[in-house]
Design a protein around this ligand. Structure first.
Ligand code: SF4
Ligand code: SF4
Length: 276
């Protein structure tokens, strides 16, 4: 089984969050065409593999407002060798098309309170026909929204809270967020990772639009290319070369944290095995 974090050239988003960590831009028609071609090439490659693949799309911008991401999610979800296909999304897209996906499709949904009306967001989440987690950035200004969302979401829906980048939480503040997400402590501090075993570069890889393979999104060293097969010879267990890892899509694969046990069956879409 190979887990792939795919990030194509798409970098535009229909939202404009103040805390957005990405360098957003307006994609030109040529850039959108290139993103579409890269995604279709990647999806075609997945379908040709003789082994099991799981995919998490982690676009710089919003993918599901583009037809090719919606199509890829549905089509990949039906392939016999795809165990899971998930995408990080702000859920601004319409959602009726998701009923065409198999139960192997999943969403990592983030609520951005300044960008969408609460009732509109809640209504969409409640009607989702596929597995999903919902999350929010732990900005103190979002605390009332987060509490309200927790109480309005079905109990079976996991609501995660991401510690805001660079913010230090007092124990009292952390307790408030932990009352909403009991796993908030996992996100509260960056994880020291230097020298520790991490599944990336072995059973997990990061792939960009031209097929360049790296172990994860955060380590620039290139392992090879997906499409010429050169990455395969580089796959092996290896320690993390970075001082710290502070993003869930990275440290979930850091072995000493034991998060594969916490998120068994929902590692890519961030759903704990035991919830609620
Ligand atoms: S929805 Fe995500 S990508 Fe878009 S502006 Fe907000 S944080 Fe950035
Ligand atoms: S711990 Fe994080 S930064 Fe280090 S290799 Fe794993 S995913 Fe990459």
């Amino acid at each position: 089984m190979l887990t792939i974090l795919y990030r194509g050239p798409l970098a535009s988003c229909d939202y404009d969050c103040a805390y957005c960590p990405f360098a957003k831009r307006r994609d030109s028609p040529e850039q959108l065409r290139a993103d579409r071609e890269a995604l279709e090439r990647f999806a075609g490659w997945v379908g040709e593999q003789p082994f099991e693949v799981s995919v998490l799309f982690t676009p710089w911008g919003e993918g599901l407002v583009r037809s090719w991401y919606r199509r890829a999610l549905v089509e990949l979800s039906w392939l016999p060798n795809v165990a899971k296909v998930a995408i990080q999304t702000n859920l601004s897209c319409r959602t009726d098309w998701l009923s065409e996906a198999s139960d192997r499709a999943a969403l990592w949904v983030t609520y951005h309170p300044t960008q969408v009306a609460y009732d509109r967001f809640l209504g969409k989440v409640r009607s989702l026909p596929v597995r999903h987690s919902v999350g929010i950035v732990g900005d103190p200004a979002h605390l009332p929204d987060a509490r309200r969302l927790r109480s309005d979401l079905p109990a079976r829906t996991y609501l995660w809270v991401n510690a805001e980048e660079g913010r230090l939480y007092t124990d009292e503040e952390a307790a408030e967020w932990s009352a909403i997400d009991p796993l908030f402590h996992v996100s509260r501090f960056p994880h020291r990772s230097a020298g520790l075993p991490c599944r990336t570069g072995d059973s997990v890889i990061s792939v960009n639009g031209d097929g360049t393979v790296r172990r994860c999104h955060f380590i620039p060293e290139v392992l090879g290319n997906l499409y010429d097969g050169s990455y395969r010879a580089a796959l092996r267990p290896r320690p993390c070369p970075a001082a710290a890892c502070d993003c869930h899509i990275g440290y979930v694969h850091l072995e000493p944290l034991g998060l594969y046990d916490v998120f068994t069956g929902g590692i890519l879409e961030r759903i704990p095995a035991v919830w609620p």
